[in-house]
Design a protein. Sequence first.
Length: 658
Amino acid sequence: MSFDSILIANRGEIACRIIRTARAIGLRTIAVYSDADEGAPHVVQADDAVRIGPPPAGESYLRGDAMIAAAVDMQAGAIHPGYGFLSENDRFAEAVADAGLVFIGPPSKAISLMGNKAAAKRLMLEAGVPCVPGYHGKDQSDEAFIEAATNIGFPVMVKAADGGGGKGMRQVENEHGLAAALAIARSEAESAFGSNELILEKAIDGARHVEIQVFADIFGNTIHLGERDCSIQRRHQKVIEEAPCPVVSPGLRQAMGEAAVSAAKAVDYRGAGTVEFLLDSAGAFFFLEMNTRLQVEHPVTEMVTGLDLVALQIAISRGEKLPLTQNNVALGGHAIEARLYAEDPARDFMPDAGTVDLWRPAGGEGVRVDAGIDTGFEIPPHYDPLLAKIIAWGDSRETARLRLIQAIEDSVLLGPATNASFLIDILKKEAFANGTATTRFIADTYPEGISAADPGTDDVALAAALFLARRRDQAFAQAGYVSRSQLGWSSAPLPMIPLKLIQEEQVFDISARCRGTDWTLTIGAASSSVDSLSHTSNQVRARINGRRVEAFAFVTRTRISLAIAGKKFTFSVLDAATSEERGDSGRVVAPMPGLVIDVLVKAGETVAKGDVLAVLEAMKMQHRVVAKASGTLNTIKISPGDRLGSGDLMFMITEAGA
């Protein structure tokens, strides 16, 4: 089982993470990439790289045959699957072994037994591990699910039997919504995992999602490395994780750890795995599933144990014995991880894509950033929108929490929308700060959804000054000999410069006057002064109304992106053409690049504002496209199967009364 090179059958931050450890222990690394990822950070960081297909995952990262062919061609000795994609595909693991390569993961039989939620639940019930009441039957008809849900009692969770990461998962409150939830879950599951098999589980309200990290070697040694609390979730996808769990006592940790070890031994496990439980308010825990791979949130365990879990995976796959026993496992301090996604929380977490204008990760004591992006990288619409993980450690939970808030504020990403402000808001909420948050935290804390932060007058003033300074400097560069000291000088009063900026739905009418690096601006009825403005290498320094401000900005001919203390605003310069378009609420355009799954209306129909017109698939999730106005649908520009770019016209509605 000896090898000196590995192929990483993945992309993004996890591929970069694996490359970092593999190279540190002297292994040659080989990346794979689709056409959408050519030049991506994981490709640049690896020693070698192989193209495996076009952008859609089904034609690239989900092609096990292409992965194995690339590994053989590049003389790799092993394949690390990361997480997602092929990581829990038992047939891929078996094919890797049949090709004479080492699969850095568990045996295919263990993946098969635990990879299907229905089979895993049946196995755990036989082994005496407590499970959530549910339906795991082979009859997949709507009638079977409706009968089972009635017997279990609503609310219930519909889940993809072969999936994870929130795909193919829906909570259903009553019988009326079950058929629609089953249809959507089947479609998402088929798209993401190649199987539309579903299960049902009783929805346990107000529980915590607590998981146990396990490791096993080929000599029969199995240990656990403590727990992680992953209760902060949206759409059943984890957002913030921490280790240890704030409410798990040493006794409960031992009981859950022993149950997790028993679950691993029941399938003759090997390598890294995670056994997930629901923990109720009374301290009872129930088996959910076992993830037979490395988890996204593994860094928090690394930071409280001092272990490199990827290095442990590689050592075990080489046939080495676990270097520690259960008695040697010690947890020190506290670690919290936040997932930075390319998505807009204010638009129901709509994924985003596009060019990263600036990426500047935070540093500092106790801070770690695992990222798969860099400045200039084009975030593709075809994959999960996770961009980076920001992790903070402290000797106490409060220290870790405060460090993480600061680290997110200090991590600057200009370009596509991100959830950075939302993450900061979560970390500042009392329920999170005092450690009482459950899986209902986001639903209970944000019942009306997430509101976008509005820019303040100072933010608008800085954006306007930056744009006008750029335009002035470009004109100065093209002028004949003029001393810079003469900029802004006039023997007569300087005229005001008019400017219109838009941010989301707001239009700002601005008048500005400049002397050197000092600007006086009128924004509506308010006035601001921006003094000593400097903008170098995307870093901005100024005094706004006497207050010192440091920010980051990216300025173009038509756009200003601004990042200040964890907040991000993008302003566009409003001209006559865009002004006319903004009044046209009858235009329905694609909110992101994606694939048209279904068109639910016909030309000539009368629609109401908010009606669902089509279903668009992007970043492995399905999104409803709704009417922005009521009226008659007179134009349909799309059909199922069409691939759209962001902003492509989908429908035209003649508004009622127009």
